[in-house]
Design a protein around this ligand. Structure first.
Ligand code: NAP
Length: 336
């Protein structure tokens, strides 16, 4: 009898959840719904291709994107509009933080609306351009909102890539935990096999782990079933060509790539001209020494510095520079 009552209660609860409208117009949950809308937009674009014309959308109860008449839409995704989206003639309801909502859509929709393949990097740095202390402590330079941003970028990508030093120092999990969305494949560029089997990405399996080794590096003896080793031929000295790394990932169906750090790894992809976007969060903190965000070949004239087109976003107490780099559209090919 008790089982039957519990069963009925559970059915009722599930039914309520199914019927509860995921209306983004609920001011208390608008940001959460806007984020779900971003995820649903990405799913729709990946299955049906980019939007070609202005399309009214809202979220269905199953969290999928519904295409609706423009006047019934919550927002209009418009590939020809400057922002890529617009309100269809009405403002969000009173009580909604309209500015925060617009910021979220401005920041993340361009990463979904027209990009099937994407290479994006992010670094959180101090006012003096450091991403960690000399001994490798980096948690946390930026605030919680920037950390949430990092998790959102993971959720929007197939793979999250870090250098071996980041895994050695931070022992990160590299999973998506602070927002809705999947956890990407975790990739470590580890040419010399420095990443030990005690690291969390080697032990826990909520997402696959790929170790990028230089050809000839000995693989660890007993790997967990979620860990795979991919070898890449060294380009110059011990460096691996970022082009070859991307090609190896794409050969495994990983096309949306998030380079999460550290500075050496991001700098190599930047130098190779492979980034579509670079996100740099600057925190009002001065470390005064430590590991640099960017290390590129020396220039002697400021005309040779990289001057980037950037949008700025307030992310909690930090400022996020969203730089569009327009990497070559061509598919990276492995070197001959
Ligand atoms: N603030 C942030 O946003 C942020 C983000 C991530 C990490 N961090 C911090 O940054 C520090 C690590 O950054 P880091 O710049 O020193 O190092 P890193 O980028 O994490 O790792 C660099 C290492 O990765 C390997 N590597 C990367 N690209 C390669 C390539 N193209 N070819 C061959 N090897 C390549 C090399 O490994 P080998 O040396 O093994 O040959 C290289 O020395 C840590 O303290 C971490 O806590 C900060």
């Amino acid at each position: 009898m008790l089982g039957l009552t519990l069963g009925l209660a559970l059915d009722f609860a599930l039914e309520c959840r199914r019927l509860a409208p995921l209306s983004p117009l609920d001011p208390n949950r608008a940001l959460e719904h806007a984020w779900l809308l971003v995820l649903a937009t990405l799913e729709r674009v990946r299955s049906h291709g980019p939007f070609q014309r202005p399309t009214g959308v809202r979220l269905g109860d199953d969290r999928r994107l519904l295409e609706v008449e423009l006047e019934r839409a919550w927002i209009v995704l418009d590939p020809h509009a400057e922002r890529g989206w617009s309100w269809p003639g009405h403002e969000p309801p009173a009580g909604t933080d309209a500015a925060a909502l617009a910021r979220l859509l401005d920041l993340y929709l361009p990463l979904c609306v027209d990009a099937e393949a994407l290479v994006i990097a992010h670094l959180a740095q101090s006012l003096d351009g450091r991403i960690a202390t000399h001994n490798g402590v980096s948690q946390f330079i930026s605030g919680h909102e920037d950390l949430l941003h990092t998790h959102r970028l993971r959720a929007l990508c197939d793979a999250v890539v870090v250098g071996s030093s980041t895994v050695v120092h931070d022992d990160p999990r590299l999973t998506t935990r602070l927002c809705s969305g999947h956890s990407p494949t975790r990739v470590v560029i580890d040419p010399r096999g420095r990443v030990g089997s005690d690291r969390r990405i080697m032990q826990d399996g909520p997402a696959p782990t790929v170790l990028i080794h230089r050809e000839g590096t000995r693989a660890p003896p007993a790997l967990a079933s979620h860990v795979q080793v991919v070898t890449v031929v060294a380009a110059e000295g011990s460096w691996l060509s970022p082009v070859a790394i991307l090609a190896a990932l794409r050969a495994r169906g990983l096309r949306r790539i998030f380079i999460e750090g550290g500075g050496v790894t991001v700098s190599r992809f930047l130098q190779a001209g492979l980034l579509d976007r670079l996100h740099v969060s600057v925190s009002p903190v001065i470390i005064g020494s430590g590991r640099p965000g960017f290390t590129l070949p020396e220039v002697l004239d400021l005309d040779d510095a990289l001057r980037l087109e950037a949008r700025c976003f307030e992310v909690g107490r930090d400022i996020l520079f969203d730089c569009r780099l327009g990497a070559a559209e061509a598919e990276p090919q492995p070197p001959q």
